[in-house]
Design a protein around this ligand. Structure first.
Ligand code: SAM
Length: 228
């Protein structure tokens, strides 16, 4: 998968080279670049923001550098062009899976009070939010999308099945996990996990998963007790 993040702060994406995403980039499964919008500004001081028409606090990112940047990165509209925005569709497990089908994804990161609406109307296919709160910029939100989506790209996770056994994959929260030692600070690992009986272990995990979901996220469960 090819991912391009368009941003005024490309260094904010340096952390992508760590851990699972870093390995996927090294192995050529992900092809990532953070493109500096400022380098496309035609302003003599490479300015990329201005005061809002109609007044109000803060600055708005101007259309020209973003428009030129998008068209340089994606001249033939081969990328799904996403604007990171609190006004967008809320990111979910389902949306991550859906976005992972795309070969090419472009993520436009806003800053300040946001982006001139006209460049969104002209260039953007979708708007995605990572939740009902406002961040100071789209970069961290874009990183969340990249991480969440990449997990569904074949070869990114070590094992092809590992994202199928996570919270939300079957509509429920995941059961609690334990590892060595069998006892820590007086707390023991549930006996059933130590006996090697996989039928019993599956039953225990399903039950814990259902209990945890009912307790913490009743909205995920239908009145008949099944996941939504
Ligand atoms: N004035 C905008 C509003 O009230 O909707 C918020 C602008 S915010 C300070 C600056 C940028 O951060 C946005 O353009 C967007 O790219 C990004 N951003 C902020 N919150 C976000 C969220 N919840 N999800 C995705 N991106 C977000």
């Amino acid at each position: 998968m090819k991912i391009r993040a368009l941003t005024l702060f490309p260094k904010m994406f340096d952390c992508i080279n760590e851990s699972i995403l870093g390995r996927a980039i090294k192995n050529g499964i992900l092809d990532f670049d953070a493109v500096d919008i400022r380098s496309f500004s035609k302003d003599k001081h490479q300015k990329c923001d201005d005061t809002p028409y109609g007044g109000g606090a803060g600055m708005v990112m101007t259309a020209q550098p973003i428009y030129d940047c998008i068209n340089a990165v994606d001249p033939n509209h081969e990328y799904l062009r996403i604007y990171m925005s609190p006004k967008g569709e809320r990111l979910s497990d389902g949306l991550c899976r859906e976005l992972a089908i795309n070969q090419n994804i472009l993520l436009l990161c806003g800053h300040y009070e946001g982006v001139d609406q006209r460049v969104l109307d002209l260039c953007i296919d979708r708007e995605v939010s990572i939740g009902d709160y406002v961040l100071s910029g789209g970069e961290l939100a874009a990183m969340v999308v990249i991480d969440g989506v990449s997990r569904f790209v074949e070869g990114v996770l070590g094992s092809a099945v590992s994202h199928e056994d996570e919270s939300f994959s079957d509509g429920l929260l995941e059961y609690p996990q334990y590892t060595r030692p069998p006892e820590f600070m007086g707390l023991k690992v549930p006996e059933v996990l130590l006996n090697g009986n996989h039928k019993e272990i599956d039953k225990f995990r399903r039950q814990k998963s259902a209990e945890l979901t009912a307790e913490r996220r009743p909205d995920l469960i239908k009145p008949d007790g099944e996941p939504r």
